[in-house]
Design a protein around this ligand. Structure first.
Ligand SMILES: Cc1cc2nc3c(=O)[nH]c(=O)nc-3n(C[C@H](O)[C@H](O)[C@H](O)COP(=O)(O)OP(=O)(O)OC[C@H]3O[C@@H](n4cnc5c(N)ncnc54)[C@H](O)[C@@H]3O)c2cc1C
Length: 494
């Protein structure tokens, strides 16, 4: 009889490689621990963490004393240094929350008071002429200005956290869907869809919209997630200069989100959205013609120079709501070390502002881990991410010439819209976590993210993958297992 394979015992296993799971992984990589991350998708950050507004919220919207309020303000203040270490684009461009009607003005004062109670710095009520100075063309009666609101590249941050965690020893197992968990004397035995086993002393549930299902696998039936979709339109960079700060409408009670608004991204596009619709499936990332039409109308009202040809793409993200549609609104994050399931750290309902909170959540989880196993700091922890030094086209002419002289692949542009070179594509393909889907290339190198959405560069990228790396047509997935880009050859290659 063949002896069963005994999986090696990790100190900590994290389920879910979104921004939160990866922030926890990086934080734990500071200590002498064996840590692994299990992710069901082919790459990190394929869930909500790459499908959001990318706003670093200041903390005005959350009830004082809640985890969301505390972790948001903490997370926001940690981001500048974190993004510098990880070489991730970030910009504190501030935000105007605008009252357009008299009855919205008390909301602004309430938000200011709430924000101050939460420790949000620099809040000011502005009159129309002061608003106009910050954002020409904005109209309204009064606005609350929050200078600590910022923008960050959400998938860039998620990937960078994972790469830096990996660089510091965290193991990543992608394409591993957790389907079962057993509690035993040494901790947990986790089974994946393909029957692989992983053992750990501490198990961390960071599975986003699936966190309720993971909790149920260890017998915790206290939580349910109600998926709530937010759809967006992405606008061409032509319009990017129209926004110098973020402009949001004053919020209305009971709404699932913060209202449709324009958000500038760190790469210069504008997002219109997000909508909010409760849906049945936690992974139904469709965009719908009805919502697209509504977003377009609202986008035109907010930005009159918008034309149809400025809309280059649509996408959606799904909020992990703990309240059903009939209740709506927000419920506080659940971040707990379960006494009834010792060693199980449970994160449920990490909806907005989970991106902003992620480094602070990681610190909180680290302190929960320290109550379960002793933590000893590593002297060789490397906070600086290797590679990821920004885009070639953003460098000066001299710097570009220097790089081309070192490597001629910098001299060949693959993606014309975003001006991405062959060397950047090669680096993205050879990233430390490996590449198994085209979306992973998009999120790393920004290829296929411009006006033509891959019409020009996708064939070139496929050629590179085939000729330089030996990929076959059946290896090209769009974003997940089975999402084939090609079904085979029309004509066998010579
Ligand atoms: C429309 C929208 C707009 C938002 N805007 C903002 C914003 O501007 N600012 C902000 O701060 N926050 C924002 N958020 C919130 C933020 O995006 C989320 O809080 C954050 O991304 C959650 O990260 P996560 O790691 O918990 O979840 P996810 O990114 O969903 O990661 C969970 C991971 O777990 C994996 N997983 C699930 N089940 C399993 C399993 N069985 N086995 C293995 N892996 C599994 C998933 O594949 C996924 O990769 C927004 C959210 C939405 C939907």
């Amino acid at each position: 009889m063949v002896a069963p394979v005994v999986p090696s015992l990790y100190d900590c296993l994290i389920i879910g490689a979104g921004v939160v799971g990866n922030a926890i992984a990086r934080e734990l990589s500071r200590y002498r621990l064996s840590v692994a991350v299990l992710e069901k998708e082919l790459d990190v950050g394929m869930g909500t963490s790459s499908r959001n507004s990318g706003v670093l919220h200041s903390g005005i919207h959350y009830t004082p004393g809640t985890l969301r309020a505390k972790l948001d303000v903490e997370g926001n203040s940690m981001m500048q240094e974190l993004c510098a270490q990880l070489k991730v684009k970030i910009d504190y461009i501030g935000k105007l929350t605008v009252a357009s009607h008299e009855d919205e003005i008390p909301t602004l004062y309430k938000l200011k008071e709430q924000g101050e109670a939460n420790g949000v710095p620099g809040l000011e009520i502005l009159r129309p002429e002061q608003m106009q100075r910050l954002q020409p063309g904005v109209s309204g009666l009064l606005a609350l200005y929050s200078p600590s609101t910022g923008i960050v590249c959400p998938y860039g941050l998620t990937i960078a956290l994972a790469e830096n965690a990996h660089q510091n020893g965290v193991e990543y197992f992608l394409g591993r869907q957790v389907t079962g968990i057993e509690k035993n004397d040494s901790g947990f035995l986790v089974t994946t869809k393909d029957g692989e086993k992983f053992a750990s002393k501490v198990l961390i549930n960071s599975a986003g919209v699936f966190s309720d299902r993971i909790a149920r696998m260890v017998g915790i039936n206290d939580y349910s997630i109600y998926p709530c979709r937010g759809e967006y339109l992405v606008l061409d960079k032509r319009l990017g200069h129209h926004l110098s700060t973020l402009v949001y409408p004053a919020p209305h009670k009971g709404k699932a989100g913060l209202g449709i608004h324009l958000t500038k991204t760190v790469d210069g596009n504008i997002l219109v959205g997000p909508s909010n619709e409760y849906i049945d499936s936690p992974e139904d990332w469709a965009t719908t013609s009805y919502i697209m039409g509504r977003l377009r109308e609202e986008g035109e009202a907010l930005l009159p120079s918008l034309t149809t040809s400025d809309i280059i793409r649509s996408f959606s993200g799904i909020r992990a709501k703990q309240n059903p549609p009939e209740i709506g609104g927000f419920k506080d994050f659940v971040i707990e070390s379960r006494k009834d399931v010792p060693g199980f750290i449970n994160l449920v309902g990490i909806e907005s502002p989970g991106l902003t909170c992620s480094p602070a959540i990681a610190t909180m989880v680290r302190s929960l881990v320290s109550e379960l196993i002793p933590l000893e700091e590593r002297e060789d922890f490397q906070p600086q991410r290797e590679g990821g030094a920004g885009f070639f086209h953003e460098l000066s002419r001299e710097e570009q010439a220097d790089l081309i002289s070192q490597d001629p692949d910098y001299g060949e542009v693959v993606c014309r819209c975003e001006q991405i070179t062959k060397k950047e594509v090669l680096d993205a393909i050879q990233n430390p976590l490996g590449i198994k889907c085209i979306s992973g290339l998009k999120f790393r190198a920004r290829v296929m993210m411009g006006r033509c959405q891959g019409g020009f560069c996708l064939p070139k990228i496929v050629q590179i993958l085939e000729q330089d790396f030996g990929y076959r047509p059946e290896d090209f997935f769009s974003y997940k297992e089975g999402s084939y880009l090609f079904t085979g050859y029309m004509r066998q290659p010579k």
